[in-house]
Design a protein around this ligand. Structure first.
Ligand code: MRU
Length: 347
């Protein structure tokens, strides 16, 4: 079962807002609907929103009434800008949109109808590649996870955050499927609770041993030597290895250093943004404070109470033991190893 999938002329996706209570699907027939599904987190997770955006742009091409290639490209650029703005931190979104725009503007497809077909094929390729890439990351990362360990994990980086299989949770899955006994402590990940709602749901299906913990308990378990390794995902990795991930990752990294616990991020090379020298330049999405005060409609505090809701933070590269990519594990100095990893994908 894929998180996002092209089916009968539309994009079918799991509605992640309904989990773990219901497994519901939505069918999106326009680029506007896809843009909104990314913004409201029907679909979320950097690789999953990249694939969704690619299908969204393919839908935009089909919706456009343009008769000339230039008019079609203009429509695609407009839709692409709106897709990119839906969630600004995860670079996979812009990466996927730009990949399709590069095809549209390369000059090889002067006929608008040919281009419409080619863009759909390209979106499908991005989705298929994502699954293959995740399985390669799983194989590389599984070597880091020894039999009998406890992994601490933040947010959701499993099949739901990708087209299928997952990044950091994909590594857990690969190690588990190789026969290793693993226990996973899942940060609940406030305010959207991706850890308790989505990661726990996934590990239930796989049969991997897990416990949900409050985000604030991570240090407690580290201090008691109950955490052997920390695996997280990434939404954007700068050229020096600084990376943005779900809010709360930064404090985990600092505590991991204090307790000498290996700390890895697992991400495809499409998450690496070599155009940004350091994490300071990564744009951080600020979401509606109502997600903090009234999560999923629950009344924790009166609606007028003030709150702030940054969706991501940036972890400096010095806290990272390594970055697991589909092309192997990048180690410090990251300025060199990340360039090698990205070059590996272009070959
Ligand atoms: O806000 P979300 O749920 O989209 O955030 C997801 C994360 O931060 C993940 O760790 C990241 O996208 C990597 S997912 C493979």
């Amino acid at each position: 079962m894929r998180t996002v999938e092209w089916q009968d002329g539309a994009l079918k996706m799991i509605d992640q807002r309904a989990l773990p209570w219901q497994l519901e699907f939505v069918r999106l027939e326009s680029v506007e609907a896809v843009t909104e599904s990314i913004r409201n987190m029907t679909v979320r997770g950097a690789p999953a929103i990249g694939a969704a955006a690619a299908f969204g742009l393919a839908l935009a091409a089909r919706q456009s009434k343009a008769k000339t290639i230039d008019a079609l490209i203009a429509d695609l650029r407009n839709s692409g800008d709106r897709l990119k703005a839906a969630r600004p931190t995860a670079v996979n979104l812009a990466w996927a949109v730009d990949k399709l725009l590069d095809i549209a503007t390369c000059g090889e497809f002067p006929n608008p109808d040919d281009l419409r077909e080619v863009l759909l094929t390209a979106a499908q390729q991005i989705a298929d590649d994502d699954v293959a890439i995740n399985s390669r990351m799983g194989a590389h990362g599984a070597a880091l996870v020894e039999d009998g360990v406890t992994v601490l994990h933040h947010c959701n980086t499993g099949a739901l955050a990708t087209v299928d299989y997952g990044t950091a949770l994909g590594v857990v899955r690969a190690a588990f499927e190789a026969g290793k006994h693993i226990h996973v402590l899942l940060d609940e990940t406030r305010p959207r609770l991706q850890g308790s709602r989505l990661s726990a749901w996934e590990l239930e299906q796989l049969g991997v041993s897990y416990e949900i913990i409050p985000d604030t308990a991570a240090g407690y378990f580290m201090a008691r030597s109950e955490v052997d390794i920390i695996l997280v995902g990434a939404d954007r990795i700068a050229a020096n290895g600084d990376f943005a991930n779900k809010i709360g990752t930064y404090q985990l990294a600092i505590m991991a250093r204090e307790h000498s616990i290996p700390f890895y991020t697992v991400a495809p090379t499409s998450t690496i943004d070599l155009e940004l020298a350091s994490g300071e330049q990564i744009p951080i999405e600020q979401r509606d404070p109502a997600e903090v005060t009234t999560p999923y409609g629950s009344k924790i505090v009166p609606a007028h109470f003030k709150a702030r809701n940054p969706a991501f933070d940036v972890t400096p590269h010095r806290y990272l033991s390594g970055i697991v990519t589909e092309n192997g594990i990048a180690r410090p100095p990251f300025t060199k190893s990340l360039r090698r990893a990205v070059a590996g994908s272009k070959l």
